[in-house]
Design a protein. Structure first.
Length: 126
């Protein structure tokens, strides 16, 4: 069985003369990416986060990375989550906007999974 999870995050992007292009930043994981245009910097952020999270998953460290970054499981989301908790990420972005970031953007990070039986068959181990 194939499964696709999508992790939705927020990022910010700004022009950076030192980097000679645009720099994007994901405050949830404190990760930066770069591109010649703002669109390229945002796309690079999505690719960077995808590679980062897929690597964490394959190494068995995803749980630790998520917890260290401040994520925690929430039962009954969104009804069980107080509004002030949901807004924390947006408040952090507003503070970053004060640091001269040009715009905030949504980041959709796809994580593709396959059941172990299918993975074994794909590698000829069945």
């Amino acid at each position: 069985m194939k499964i696709k999870m999508t992790i939705s995050l927020k990022g910010v992007v700004r022009q950076d003369d030192v980097a000679e292009g645009y720099v994007s930043f994901c405050p949830a994981f404190k990760i930066y990416a770069h591109g010649k245009t703002s669109e390229e910097a945002m796309l690079c952020m999505e690719k960077t986060l995808t590679l980062y999270l897929e690597t964490c998953l394959s190494r068995g460290t995803l749980d630790n990375v998520l917890r260290t970054s401040g994520f925690q499981p929430v039962a009954g989301y969104p009804a069980a989550v107080p509004l002030h908790e949901i807004d924390k990420e947006y408040i952090a972005l507003e503070r970053l906007q004060d640091q001269k970031y040009d715009q905030a953007f949504d980041i959709e990070v796809p994580i593709h999974l396959i059941a172990q039986v299918q993975a074994a068959q794909a590698h000829g181990n069945a």
